[in-house]
Design a protein around this ligand. Structure first.
Ligand SMILES: *Cc1c(COP(=O)(O)O)cnc(C)c1O
Length: 403
């Protein structure tokens, strides 16, 4: 049997990682979601509607592009891009948000609840809610609200209610707590929609399955273009959903080497990076077990990345597992390498990539030099329009970052 059918276990474990460590009053509601998902994942009307949405609303399949100019500039391996930046809303997150919202619809729910950090998940979920005519409630720390103004505006335009979270550090962790509390009060009408392959079971499995559409598309597209599988498949890892999605298409092909790229930020000390698998240890965060970065008290450590979508002190349980068994190689890209890739892709290929995706590009560029004659498929998980003001105000137009 294929890997995806055997992992995770029935109660959501990938080896020692995963599970659902949640307050007892939440347990029946996560069970309800898990059971509904198991039922609907093989329901032909659910599958047909999701396919229809992908084609006619999201604009799938997204293309695979041979990045010829970038490959020539690096002078080694051939680099290919899975263009998730062309998915509606400009990133891969809508793939799982549409799946989750459709699940809510089939469960008879009328409302979607979630937290958001930088606002990307909030925008994608608000988009899904609007499509289905559902209510949407997004919890966001006040610090993040001030920092991510355009995404707050987008969520409101899409009809979502943005709930400011004003306790603690007023960022993502508090937003999670606030969203869980609100969900507990309205479990009849609402479902909780997590934004990556993290959180309690069934979310790591469910989000992976929704994102696997990228991997299955890319496998066929790459075969059609080249007659082969890629030698390497590369994706950035925050929580790990875009990576698990692309990896899913190739995970049973032992000759394809999979690479996850973590943000190495500005240095190796705690607080300067978010390279969870590279430096972390097993622990428990937000209701599941994974490899995580801990501070001296064993609490989730402060993290940094130039890409706000990657700065999370945990990582999906499946990545923790795939690292432990040696199936996926995990490496990293620093902020500086990431900026170089951001400018290079813009200038050489006519694509402004998200800073998150630029980590994967940076890693592929480094790898290309030492792997001549091979092929590297990189997930371009999102477009960089959201990042252009920040990057150009801080670093200009890339004259210091030429190849
Ligand atoms: C959120 C985000 C990521 C990181 O999330 P994963 O779950 O690790 O994929 C990566 N790229 C883009 C464009 C994002 O918006």
């Amino acid at each position: 049997m294929g890997y995806l059918k055997t992992m995770p276990s029935k109660d959501g474990f990938f080896g020692e990682f995963g599970g659902a460590f949640i307050p007892p009053q939440l347990e029946p509601h996560f069970k309800e979601i898990a059971e509904a998902y198991e039922r609907l994942a093989v329901d032909s009307s659910y599958i047909a509607e999701l396919r229809y949405i992908r084609k006619h609303f999201q604009g799938r399949p997204t293309p695979v592009q041979h990045a010829k100019n970038l490959s020539n500039a690096m002078g080694g391996a051939q680099i290919y891009l899975k263009r998730e930046d062309l998915n509606h809303t400009g990133a891969h997150k809508l793939n799982h948000c549409m799946g989750e919202a459709l699940l809510a619809k089939f469960m008879g729910k009328k409302k979607l609840i979630a937290e958001t950090g930088a606002g990307q998940h909030g925008v994608a979920l608000a988009t899904a809610a609007s499509y289905f005519g559902m209510e949407c409630e997004i919890h966001m720390g006040e610090v993040d609200i001030a920092k991510e103004h355009p995404n707050v505006v987008r969520m409101k335009l899409l009809g979502a209610k943005v709930v400011p979270v004003s306790f603690g550090a007023k960022t993502l962790k508090e937003a999670v707590d606030s969203a869980f509390m609100s969900y507990l009060e309205q479990t009849e009408d609402a479902i909780y929609a997590i934004g990556s392959v993290v959180g309690p079971h069934p979310f790591p499995k469910m989000v992976r399955d929704f994102q696997s559409v990228m991997g299955f598309e890319a496998k066929d597209q790459f075969l059609e273009m080249t007659g082969n599988n890629p030698d390497h498949v590369v994706a950035c890892v925050g929580g790990g959903s875009n990576a698990m999605g692309l990896f899913s298409g190739f995970i049973d092909d032992d000759q394809v080497q999979l690479h996850g790229v973590e943000p190495h930020g500005t240095g190796t000390e705690l607080g300067k990076h978010a390279a969870t698998i590279t430096y972390g240890e097993p622990g428990q965060i937000h209701g599941f077990k994974c490899i995580m970065l801990k501070d001296e008290n064993g609490e989730p450590a402060p993290v940094h990345s130039i890409a706000s979508g990657l700065d999370y002190p945990g990582v999906g349980p499946e990545h923790s597992y795939l690292h432990t068994i040696g199936k996926v190689q995990y490496g990293s890209a620093s902020d500086e390498e990431t900026l170089k890739a951001f400018y290079a892709l813009s200038r050489h290929e006519g694509i402004i990539p998200a800073l998150e995706s630029s980590h994967a590009i940076a890693y592929a560029m480094k790898m290309a030099i030492s792997h001549p004659g091979e092929s590297i498929l990189v997930n371009l998980s999102g477009r960089g329009d959201k990042d252009i003001d920040y990057v150009t105000e801080k670093f200009g137009f890339g004259d210091d970052f030429k190849l």
